[in-house]
Design a protein. Structure first.
Length: 258
């Protein structure tokens, strides 16, 4: 992993594979740079430079209080500067929310690929105090409970799936990311409905979703496509249940980047 310094002095870890035009992958909740590695490898095989990053508070990246969505936009800007000064960006889930927000903030993005961003558009909003309750659990030494709370109220996973995850080996890898659930909750609440600046970004936008995926994400991507008249909505049949299949996603990116 390499490191770059964000505007507030936070070290942000990133990795690159391949050569060619950079495509920065911004992951969603509980994701790290390692989770984006298969997609980065597929992009490299297609002739691009696949760039993965640890968002602040995750993996090898640092963290600086207080958090604000604008700080994460600056983190993405720092990574883009480190890989050449401009880049296409593929954001998945809350990473897609961040990518669109960052573009509206003026981060030098040349093309946006938004994979299943969870915009609520005024329906089914999590409780406004969710970030505070998550932070209280983290501060109280209960990161496991923060992970579970975010899964239940932030992601709306069914209790049976939450219990399965908690008993599975993967749960131990989620616990160190508990602080990042606060940040995802703050980010997605701040722009639960995209702002006018976000829906009018002056770069090409492709909205991606899998088949099948969760009804909330179908609604989100449909409404986003309606709000962004120049955006293209594409169904990636290889992507299932809120995943971003590396081969299918790379195919759609290549069709638009050349």
């Amino acid at each position: 992993m390499q490191h770059t310094t964000s505007a507030d002095g936070t070290l942000i870890a990133y990795d690159t594979v391949g050569e060619g035009a950079p495509v920065v992958i911004v992951g969603g909740a509980f994701s790290t740079a390692a989770g984006g590695a298969p997609l980065a490898a597929a992009l490299a095989d297609a002739g691009y430079q696949g760039v993965t990053m640890d968002r602040r508070g995750r993996g090898e990246s640092g963290d600086t209080a207080p958090y604000a969505p604008a700080r994460e936009a600056e983190d993405l800007a720092a990574v883009i500067e480190a890989v050449g000064g401009s880049a296409s960006v593929l954001g998945h889930s809350s990473g897609a929310v961040l990518a669109l927000f960052a573009a509206a903030e003026g981060v030098p993005v040349t093309q946006l690929f938004l994979s299943e961003p969870p915009f609520h558009f005024g329906e089914g909003e999590p409780d406004a105090d969710l970030p505070d309750r998550l932070q209280a659990l983290v501060d109280g030494g209960k990161p496991e409970e923060a992970v579970t709370l975010f899964q239940r109220e932030g992601v709306e996973l069914p209790d049976a799936m939450i219990e399965w995850i908690r008993r599975s080996p993967m749960f131990d890898s989620l616990v160190p990311l508990a602080q990042s659930t606060v940040y995802d909750a703050v980010l997605t609440a701040a722009v639960s409905t995209p702002t006018d600046a976000m829906t009018s970004v002056a770069v090409p936008v492709t909205i991606l979703r899998g088949e099948p995926t969760y009804p909330m994400l179908v609604r989100s991507t449909d409404l986003l496509a309606e709000a962004m008249r120049d955006a293209e909505l594409v169904v990636v049949p290889e992507s299932h249940d809120h995943s971003a299949d590396p081969a299918g996603t790379t195919r759609e990116i290549r069709r638009r980047l050349g």
